[in-house]
Design a protein around this ligand. Structure first.
Ligand code: CO
Length: 130
């Protein structure tokens, strides 16, 4: 009888452990996914996120006169500088750090290829239409 009781208690403890594992895991996964989604997806279609040394979305398509906001999620400082040979009226901003933003208003239509000065492999495009 004692052995049966011990067995029942042991099974109960194992079952409770399994239930708590099943409950904890999906919550952890959900939290991670929503955090990643929030960070990867810009707040609106006038916003570019800089993360892991990359601009996103890329290309960004906006109408003439739109103010575009770049937000830096990296620890490294970045900037937004139009490439040589692009239409007039492209950005050429200062370096800005983590959680800081840079804004530029595109007054001219055209396709603006840009890069980050310290990291020339960081390339982006803003397509500005009339
Ligand atoms: Co950079």
């Amino acid at each position: 009888m004692k052995n049966v009781l011990i067995a029942i208690i042991a099974i109960g403890v194992v079952a409770m452990g399994l239930v708590s594992l099943l409950r904890v895991q999906p919550v952890g996964i959900d939290t991670k996914q929503s955090k990643q989604t929030n960070m990867a997806r810009p707040a609106d279609n006038n916003s570019v996120v800089i993360q892991n040394y990359a601009f996103s979305p890329n290309p960004l398509k906006v109408k003439k006169g739109t103010t575009v906001t770049w937000t830096n999620n990296d620890i490294a400082k970045h900037n937004v500088v139009v490439d040589d040979g692009q239409p007039a009226g492209g950005p050429s901003g200062p370096l800005f750090g983590k959680n800081e933003t840079y804004q530029f208003t595109f007054a001219n239509a055209g396709t603006f290829n840009y890069h980050c000065s310290p990291h020339p492999y960081m390339k982006g495009v803003v397509e500005v239409t009339e």
